[in-house]
Design a protein around this ligand. Structure first.
Ligand code: FE
Ligand code: FE
Length: 165
């Protein structure tokens, strides 16, 4: 980690963290969409993959605003969540249980992103980077909507079917 003396340093490091995470998510979501058995869940993952590609682009705009080349920094949190998702995919012996597990893994990802973007949007405003704050808030809104959509899918049948498995 480069030395962090200022809030600006911390902001930049955290942008690198979420940039790494978003790129990782663009690789994980297609795998999750492929494994999901509920058509609604599959479509939800595919929709969020497109949004996630937009999140990467927004972060690249923020790097440009800071006159920095886009560069990620390994985020052990997202690597761990992805590792757990992989375990669920490998070990679920019933397709409804698999879907319930995939939703749980995806919600862990969204909650991580919500935490990061909430903080980053707040810091951007603090730093007077209002254009960056707007981009971060736009992504935050999509992460929250995705989290709610996942809850809806879980409650509209996936959990009941997993219970019956
Ligand atoms: Fe995202
Ligand atoms: Fe997301």
């Amino acid at each position: 980690m480069s030395s962090m003396k200022t809030l600006e340093n911390l902001f930049e490091e955290t942008i690198r963290d979420i940039y790494y995470a978003e790129k990782k998510i663009t690789k994980e979501l297609p795998k999750m969409a492929k494994k999901a058995t509920s058509p609604e869940l599959k479509a939800g993952f595919e929709k969020h993959l497109k949004e996630t590609e937009g999140h990467v682009e927004r972060l690249e705009k923020i790097f440009a605003m800071m006159d920095k080349a886009p560069r990620g920094k390994t985020c052990p949190a997202i690597d761990g969540i992805a590792e757990e998702a992989k375990e669920i995919i490998e070990n679920a012996a019933d397709e409804n249980v698999l879907d319930a597990g995939l939703i749980a893994a995806a919600q862990a990802v969204e909650h991580y992103e919500i935490a990061r973007y909430g903080t980053l949007a707040c810091w951007a405003k603090e730093l007077g980077m209002n254009d960056a704050a707007k981009l971060l808030e736009a992504t935050l809104k999509e992460e929250k909507a995705t989290d709610m959509a996942l809850t809806r899918i879980a409650e509209s049948g996936v959990n009941d079917q997993a219970l019956a498995a």
